[in-house]
Design a protein around this ligand. Structure first.
Ligand SMILES: Cc1cc2nc3c(=O)[nH]c(=O)nc-3n(C[C@H](O)[C@H](O)[C@H](O)COP(=O)(O)O)c2cc1C
Length: 169
């Protein structure tokens, strides 16, 4: 799909069909995430690919994860963490958000719906999936085919005007 069409087509899908996603599509999404830039190229990500709906619904979150058939749990490896030079603040969340964004856009490109979820219990998810101590979950990307209720929410259409957010100097 043309890039601008991908941007136009993407929205947060919160209702999915009971339909499996083809493995090639999931692989392509993961491959796109692999190519995302990270600070100092540290590639701090570990991505848990959940294809078991019952397991996905065990994650303490909102509305049973909208019945999504696949959830990518985007985690950071503290042993690969890069920090800002001056403030020493972590760049982990930035890196993982770029990776999540790449995968979200590739999902649209593959004709899938997606929803980025941060409203979940990180500690419970870490324990549920048996993550090692140095691995922390940050973002969840839900994937699936939208059902008839999986349309954009009114909020999708509320975008601030450029003049509100841009300062030209
Ligand atoms: C960092 C981040 C966290 C989000 N967390 C959630 C979430 O926990 N639950 C949810 O339903 N949507 C979540 N969203 C989706 C946003 O609500 C959504 O992107 C926003 O309202 C704009 O709508 P749109 O994606 O349809 O354009 C999140 C999005 C981002 C970028």
């Amino acid at each position: 799909m043309e890039f601008s069409k991908v941007i136009d087509a993407r929205y947060s899908c919160r209702s999915y069909l009971d339909k499996e996603i083809e493995d090639e599509k999931i692989q392509k999404i993961l491959e796109t995430g692999r190519l995302a830039p990270t600070a100092k190229n540290t590639q701090c990500q570990k991505i848990y690919v959940l294809k078991d709906k019952e397991l996905i619904q065990k994650i303490e979150s909102m509305k049973g994860m909208f019945n999504a058939p696949v959830a990518l749990i985007v985690c950071g490896d503290r042993e690969r963490e890069c920090k800002r030079f001056f403030t020493k603040q972590s760049l982990m969340e930035t890196d993982l958000s770029i990776i999540t964004t790449y995968m979200m856009l590739e999902a649209t490109n593959q004709g899938l719906g997606s929803c980025w979820v941060c409203y979940f219990n990180e500690a419970q998810t870490k324990e549920l999936l048996g993550m090692p101590e140095n691995i922390d979950p940050y973002n969840i990307l839900l994937l699936g085919y939208p059902d008839e209720n999986g349309t954009p929410s009114p909020r999708h259409f509320e975008r601030r005007d450029l003049t509100d957010t841009i300062i030209e100097m």
